[in-house]
Write a protein of this length. Structure first.
Lengths: 365, 266
């Protein structure tokens, strides 16, 4: 009798808890959709057994989860690996066999093959660790659109350092394209939602689902249902859109002040007046200067990051309507740690950008 | 230096850290009790009694559960230590703290006035049980825990709510003020069982913590990991701790009540 009462009460309380815990619907991908799918890069590194590992060949027809990190990492790397391992453990063996988790070290000096094998083996023996020369690793990070990992020395002891690296896991679907990435903050329940779908869906189905999801989110955003402004120690200021000369695209500039003790990552941008938004990097100098879309942008801790003319900036593509000086645009920024930030940006003439951005001199073209 | 323990996202180290807010809070509690007892003694025209040793014990337990390392580990690293904090702050320290006010100080609650009437109402068995259960539920809901534990003020709010809830829950069992003629020993035992042993809130939380396939709280799942402890196992330990801890405390309380009842009636 007592156990029956207990069970009933458990259920009531459990339902109450579940109602509060259910934040997102189960029918959507929890990963961050890449603005443009990333084709699986072709590279060969050395795996933790000392053998060459041809990434494209070894992960053919599998979902490949790729993460750049290092085994001395105190937080993000072990968390990602532990969460993926925990979810894989609960997946059916057939589905699990179709997932390849590849950990590429950004610290080849300390991450010897033996250490990689031992460290990854603590999470899941099926995980593969890859290493190479610093030059090789830098090239491969570039292929993924990641900034090169950098060392941050803690003190005069040259053996004691952190490595700044991308915080996201790239998930390549079985068709060889990465449609989603999984930044820091992704939880086991998110992996448990997405991994079986990635394993069992074709590239076409993933594309279609993500497009439908983006459409629904854009609709929710324009209807004012977007998540509220989140400024948990990270503040977006000086948001401005340059009056575009083109009817098709516009550039937006912002300043991000990250007062937190940890870096964050800008993983997605969108606007109410554009079909899609991208973060662009300005590469090269002089006549060789060109822009390139970057999937993510690392926002360093306790620092100010300016997205300004001639540097990193936001491109609003496929404008839905003509915008002119005096209008205002709502920008939606998604950060890996602090979540969504919504900010209003006035549209100003290009010639007046420096005044709004507080930049020295006139911005170049 | 931080005022209060909270989830910081920094990797755990065994290097001692100071939390002056905790020390200030403990001092304020001690001074507050002294002032309450002094007011009671003055009103009764009696000399002030020294603090009850149990109250001092309650303060020590509170300090240990709020300060480094338990406070820091429970605020931002391990759900199991967070649960240990809950047990200490809401179920172990409060019955000792409740013994702090002298009879003269407790008698002050019988004074006329709206404020005193409200306090008496809150400290009555039914409202106390409802307040305790509501606070236990709210302060364990994942969205609330994840939102509050990341800030020092939020973390402090949860801690203070637990202490308040525990104080309110234990008061009617231990102090005869306000007088509750119908709240006899069998009723007290039922109250204790309903609040701790057969609480639907506790059962639900334990079930979710132990049987959920993914960790309940993001703040602990995404905290820098401690070697050898997975987030899932940590949550399961938290569930077991809540289940066994609450049962042991309830059983101890029931035993005390039973023997007192036996003594009184026979």
């Amino acid at each position: 009798m007592l156990s029956m009462i207990a069970k009933r009460w458990s259920l009531v309380a459990a339902l109450l808890l579940a109602a509060c815990a259910a934040e997102r619907s189960a029918g959507t991908y929890r990963g961050v959709a890449l603005p443009t799918p990333l084709a699986k890069p072709a590279f060969t590194l050395t795996d933790f057994t000392g053998q060459p590992y041809d990434f494209a060949a070894q992960t053919r027809d599998k979902v490949a989860l790729v993460f750049f990190g290092y085994t001395h990492c105190p937080d993000i790397c072990p968390l990602h690996m532990a969460n993926i391992a925990a979810v894989l453990k609960r997946m059916p063996a057939g589905d699990k066999a179709r997932v390849a988790t590849v950990f590429v070290t950004t610290d080849p000096e300390r991450d010897t093959p033996q250490r990689l094998r031992e460290w990854l083996g603590n999470f899941d023996p099926s995980f593969v660790g890859l290493t190479g020369s610093l030059e090789q690793l830098a090239q491969i990070q570039q292929m993924f659109g990641l900034p090169n990992a950098t060392r941050e020395y803690l003190n005069a002891d040259s053996a004691n350092y952190f490595v700044g690296h991308g915080a996201q896991v790239f998930a390549f679907a079985r068709d060889g394209n990465a449609y989603t990435i999984y930044p820091f903050g992704i939880r086991q329940e998110d992996w448990a939602n997405d991994l079986p779908r990635l394993v069992n869906a074709s590239g076409e189905e993933i594309r279609r689902d993500l497009a439908a999801q983006a459409k629904a989110e854009a609709l929710a955003a324009t209807e004012g249902k977007a998540s509220s402004i989140n400024m948990d120690g990270l503040v977006v200021t000086q948001a401005v859109v340059a009056e575009p000369a083109s009817l098709d695209e516009a550039a937006a500039y912002i300043t991000i002040r990250n007062g937190l003790a940890q870096e964050d990552t800008l993983v997605a941008v969108a606007a109410d007046i554009a079909v899609r938004g991208e973060v662009h990097e300005t590469m090269g100098e002089g006549e060789l200067r060109h822009m390139m879309a970057t999937p993510t942008l690392v926002i360093p801790a306790r620092a100010e990051t300016k997205l300004a003319p001639n540097g990193n900036h936001i491109m609003l593509l496929q404008l839905k309507k003509k915008i002119t000086a005096g209008d205002s645009v709502t920008l939606y920024l998604s950060f890996a740690r602090v979540g969504a930030v919504e900010v209003r940006a006035p549209v100003v003439p290009y010639a007046e950008l420096e005044k709004f951005l507080g930049l020295p001199g006139k911005p170049g073209k | 230096m931080s005022f209060w323990c909270s989830a910081t996202g920094a990797a755990w180290t065994w290097q001692w850290r100071a939390y002056p807010g905790v020390w200030l809070f403990i001092i304020l509690l001690a001074v507050g009790m002294w002032a309450w007892n002094r007011a009671g003694a003055r009103a009764a025209l009696k000399p002030q009694r020294p603090a009850h040793p149990a109250f001092v014990g309650g303060l020590v337990i509170l300090w240990l559960s709020l300060d480094w390392p338990i406070g820091a580990l429970g605020a931002g690293y391990l759900a199991s230590v967070h649960m240990l904090q809950f047990l200490l702050m809401a179920l172990v320290a409060p019955p000792l703290l409740v013994l702090g006010p002298s009879p003269e100080a407790a008698a002050l609650l019988e004074r006329p006035g709206r404020g005193y009437a409200l306090v008496r109402r809150i400290l009555s068995p039914l409202p106390a049980l409802v307040i305790f259960s509501a606070i236990v539920l709210l302060t364990h809901l994942p969205p609330i825990v994840d939102a509050l534990m990341a800030s020092q003020l939020g973390s402090m709010l949860i801690d203070l709510l637990w202490i308040f809830a525990g104080f309110v829950f234990w008061w009617p069992l231990i102090r005869p003020v306000p007088v509750q003629p119908r709240f006899n020993y069998p009723m007290k035992m039922g109250y204790l069982m309903l609040g701790l042993m057969f609480s639907p809130i506790m059962f639900g939380l334990v079930a979710f913590l132990v049987y959920s396939t993914t960790p309940l709280y993001g703040v602990f799942e995404l905290a820098p990991p401690l070697p050898g402890i997975t987030a899932h196992a940590d949550h399961q330990v938290a569930g077991v701790l809540m289940s066994i801890g609450a049962a042991v405390i309830a059983f101890t309380g029931l035993s005390v009540l039973f023997f007192r009842w036996n003594k009184v009636s026979g």
